[in-house]
Design a protein around this ligand. Structure first.
Ligand code: GUN
Length: 293
């Protein structure tokens, strides 16, 4: 069994990005600039946005954090999105999800100029990805594709099972795994809450991406010998022994599943750091206008 080290891979990619940014700036180019909009004080969102701001510094990007209280109106938030759309110094921006219930997330996502949508959530980017056109690809699935590639994991002709059908992970993950490319060319099955026999589907899989948000869901008796396991789960479970009062728990029963695998990602230190790294890659692509002119 080989552990997939997302933390080390992400550090390597951020170094590569920083080297490119240094070159761009030495040639008199513009410093890439990412903005993040954070609404309210959700603990997870605070942590993720802080990590994104820190990663910007590591990559040599400029970053701007814009905060709103949880009672911000949808109209106020949409006005901020429009200001960022119009601001020529901002290359890309994200609105951290989830948003408070009184705000329609889809309205906000669709208000973002797709050319600055470095999260890859706008329907234009989602649509372009689904037919294999250049676009911003959402960060978590893109980071997973990078891990498969950098670890030299063969995907062509393999059976992949994606657990979960969210817009952020499950759906785009399935699209990328089946794309005509390397990595890609998988035969993909997507499992969700209405799937009849998830264990049977998983037992046939060469690659499993678990993105359900159910701690320890994937058990050893659901995994075939030699499978590749990618764990996207990051549920916060109360843990008095931790300074923060919680620990991050993946969707995979790691202790029992790991001995059966060829490759497996840990939680934390697997997919998480790669997600932020993919956002940095998209920001560089936005800053250098490599996708949209
Ligand atoms: N919430 C959880 N993951 C993400 C992400 O990748 N982008 C944004 N904007 N919000 C998220």
């Amino acid at each position: 069994m080989q552990l997939i080290d997302g933390k080390a891979t992400a550090a390597q990619i951020k170094q590569e990005i920083a080297a490119q940014v240094a070159q761009i700036m030495a040639a008199g180019g513009k410093q890439p600039h990412l903005a993040a909009v954070l609404v309210g004080h959700d603990g997870g969102s605070e942590t993720y946005v802080a990590a994104k701001v820190k990663a910007c510094a590591e990559c040599g990007f400029k970053s701007t954090l814009i905060r709103f209280e949880a009672d911000v109106t949808e109209a106020e938030l949409l006005a901020q999105v429009e200001r960022l759309n119009q601001d020529p110094d901002i290359d890309g921006f994200i609105v951290q999800l989830p948003l408070p219930r009184h705000i329609n997330e889809q309205h906000v996502i669709e208000a973002i100029d797709y050319r600055k949508d470095v999260d890859g959530f706008h329907p234009i980017n989602v649509g372009r990805m689904s037919i294999g056109l250049p676009c911003f690809i959402s960060a978590t699935p893109n980071g997973i594709m990078d891990l498969l590639s950098r670890y030299g994991i063969e995907t062509s002709g393999k059976k992949a099972v994606v657990l979960g059908r969210s817009n952020i992970v499950g759906r785009p993950m399935a699209t990328l795994l089946m794309q005509k490319a390397n990595p890609g060319d998988c035969t993909v099955t997507v499992c969700h809450s209405h799937t009849k026999d998830i264990r049977k589907e998983c037992l046939e899989a060469d690659i499993i991406v678990a993105a359900l948000g159910q701690p320890g869901f994937l058990k050893a008796d659901m995994v075939k010998e030699g499978a590749v396991i990618i764990d996207v789960g990051t549920t916060r479970v109360p843990d008095a022994s931790k300074k923060s009062g919680f620990r991050l728990c993946g969707d995979v029963d790691f202790e029992n599943v790991a001995p059966k695998c060829s490759f497996i990602t840990p939680v934390p230190g697997g997919v998480g750091p790669m997600t932020i790294c993919s956002l940095m890659k998209n920001t560089l692509l936005a800053g250098t206008k490599q996708i949209y002119k």
